[in-house]
Design a protein around this ligand. Structure first.
Ligand code: PEP
Ligand code: MG
Length: 576
């Protein structure tokens, strides 16, 4: 009988295929305590399973080639690092040796502990790293189970199948996509996860949070995955299939049309030029940004370099990453954001202040960088050296008041003097910009503009601080809404002040790449958008259908809205 399962779209698209279920192995662990004389044997089994998991990741790496390999190897490396994490391993050994946990139960316990740490994080992206832990631990648990059951790993979808799982590791997804997988329905997970990001770049439709998927769907059920609507239809009817065929025809035509926009100018219907920049963290983002005609990189989040490895990256490691980014953009401007660690983004090197009562309001972003001038200066030196290879702008995160920008400028000046003494090439003067993501910075933006060469509005954080609503807490969906009038008025104010000071203002929060907000941002006067490169063509396309002058004329009415519902209705009536 036809059934509909609702989920959250992580990657758009539709697919029709047979279901292949992968039951989460971590639920099947044996929780009886070990006898003392079993401990050594069980520890050996645990280490053998860890080795098997490491070997599997190495094999997966070997199977992937070309662009896909470049994209996925980062994830495989992240998982391999987790498998070698001394804290994780020590914890596991202690649980078996001292706590007398069986290896499976010890793995589950460690998974739960780490999950609690990640869940408490502020940033939805980092919170979604919990999935990496899940996936790594599941891999080890299934290796353990195979030692006794000799059963083959079931994650082997075939051509024409849709994977129904609790969660899926990015490396597995890449491998299965290469083997003909059509789509993924995950019962947990978030659209911010690595897997979701990968599904979007692989063009593989994916739903997350389809809670009852594993209990409702059976192996070989016919599934129509409709990630356009955010649902999976089990046993679709002829009518559903007709809808799918219509979508296929439209998607093919749409793909051909969007591809022609890669080299087209970014211009509104009434001829106003708009700049589209890419938010980039990894090399594949840079390739995609170029291929889709980005005007440059509007946000390069350097903290990911610090989060991926155990110690602090050296000056040379940072220099190479930044230089490659600059070279990759082939002469287009690149905006490197200085370290935005702190609060949820805790590094392994221990820079972040632990145990703050309220870390989201604590020592994060530039506040943290200024606490560690030596670490910050190393980053500044690396940026200055990389800037000899192409146009670079520097963006400072979490700015609250002018003295922070003044201090950063001073550190840049000192680093220049140092490099000069060392006879190292120096670039021309770099533009220094402020992220506007703290309400005080937005309200007092005039003072900041005296010290900043440009502004980049970070709506992800600005919204959470203006609304006092955690950006990743889905219980606050009705409050955390980008159309909240208080937020709209602040955005309009910052954009207007930037314009008055004749300094560029871009916006690099998630709404910059969401076509639902393109008209709104244009109405508020924004002319520079920065977004994940996968969104570039969509936003460019949307802009060609919008009339800048008409939207600008509506701005005062939009800004008079009293609720986000009112703003939404008004916007819908304006854009038809
Ligand atoms: C933002 O806050 O909108 C932003 C772009 O920065 P991040 O998402 O890295 O905090
Ligand atoms: Mg931010």
């Amino acid at each position: 009988m036809r059934q509909i399962l609702a989920g959250t779209t992580a990657a758009k698209g539709m697919a029709l295929g047979r279901a292949r279920l992968v039951q989460p192995s971590r639920y099947l662990v044996d929780t009886r305590p070990l006898n003392e004389d079993e401990v050594d044997v069980e520890l050996e089994r645990l280490h053998h399973a860890l080795d098997t998991a490491r070997q599997e990741l190495r094999e997966l790496r070997g199977k992937l080639h070309g662009a896909l390999a470049r994209e996925v190897n980062e994830f495989i490396d992240a998982h391999s690092l987790l498998l070698d994490d001394p804290e994780l391993l020590r914890g596991l050994d202690d649980l078996v040796r001292i706590g007398h946990y069986r290896p499976g139960a010890a793995l589950k316990k460690q998974r739960d502990r780490l999950a609690a740490v990640f869940e408490a994080m502020d940033d939805p992206y980092l919170r979604s790293r919990k999935e990496d832990v899940d996936q790594v631990i599941s891999r080890v648990i299934s290796a353990l189970q195979r030692q006794t059951s000799r059963e083959e790993r079931k994650l082997a979808a075939r051509v024409g199948e849709i994977l129904i799982a609790d969660t899926i590791a990015p490396a597995d997804m890449a491998h299965l996509a290469g083997a003909g997988l059509l789509g993924v329905v995950a019962s947990s997970g978030s659209p911010y996860s690595h897997s979701a990001i990968l599904a979007r770049s692989l063009d593989l439709p994916m739903l997350v949070g389809a809670r009852d998927a594993l209990s409702t769907i059976h192996d070989d059920d016919l599934i129509l995955l409709d990630a356009e609507r955010g649902e999976a239809v089990v046993h679709p009817t002829a009518q559903d299939l007709a809808r799918y065929r219509a979508w296929q025809r439209e998607a093919a035509a749409e793909g051909r049309r969007l591809a022609t926009l890669a080299n087209a100018p970014t211009r509104t219907r009434d001829g106003v030029d708009v700049r589209l920049y890419a938010n980039a963290e990894m090399p594949p983002d840079i390739a995609m940004a170029r291929a889709r005609g980005a005007d440059g990189v509007g946000l390069y989040r350097t903290e990911f370099l610090f989060l991926r490895q155990k110690g602090l990256p050296t000056e040379d490691e940072q220099f190479i990453a930044y230089r490659d980014l600059v070279l990759g953009m082939g002469g287009l401007p690149v905006t490197i954001r200085t370290l935005d660690l702190g609060a949820d983004k805790a590094d392994a090197a221990g820079l972040v202040i632990r145990g703050e009562d309220n870390p989201a309001l604590g020592v994060r972003g530039v506040r943290l960088s200024l606490r560690y001038p030596a670490v910050f200066s190393t980053q500044i030196r690396a940026i200055l050296r990389a800037a000899c290879y192409g146009p670079v702008r520097v963006l400072v995160p979490m700015v609250t008041q002018p003295d922070e920008l003044i201090a950063v400028r001073t550190l840049f000046k000192l680093a220049r003097q140092e490099l000069k003494r060392e006879n190292i090439d120096l670039p021309e003067k770099l533009q220094l910009g402020a992220m506007i993501e703290v309400p005080a910075a937005a309200i007092n933006v005039r003072a900041l503009l005296e010290h900043a060469d440009f502004l980049a509005i970070g709506t992800n954080d600005l919204a959470q601080y203006v609304l006092a609503a955690d950006r990743g807490n889905d219980a606050l969906d009705n409050i955390y809404n980008p159309l909240q009038p208080a937020l709209l008025r602040l955005l309009a104010y910052v954009i207007t002040e930037g314009r008055r000071a004749k300094k560029p203002v871009s916006l690099c929060g998630e709404i910059g790449g969401d076509t639902n907000f393109t008209a709104l941002l244009l109405a508020l006067g924004l002319c520079e958008f920065s977004m994940h490169p996968s969104q570039l063509l969509h936003v460019r396309d949307r802009l060609t259908s919008l009339d800048h002058a008409i939207l600008r004329a509506h701005a005062p009415r939009i800004l008079r809205s009293r609720t986000h519902e009112e703003a939404e209705a008004l916007l819908a009536s304006i854009t038809g």
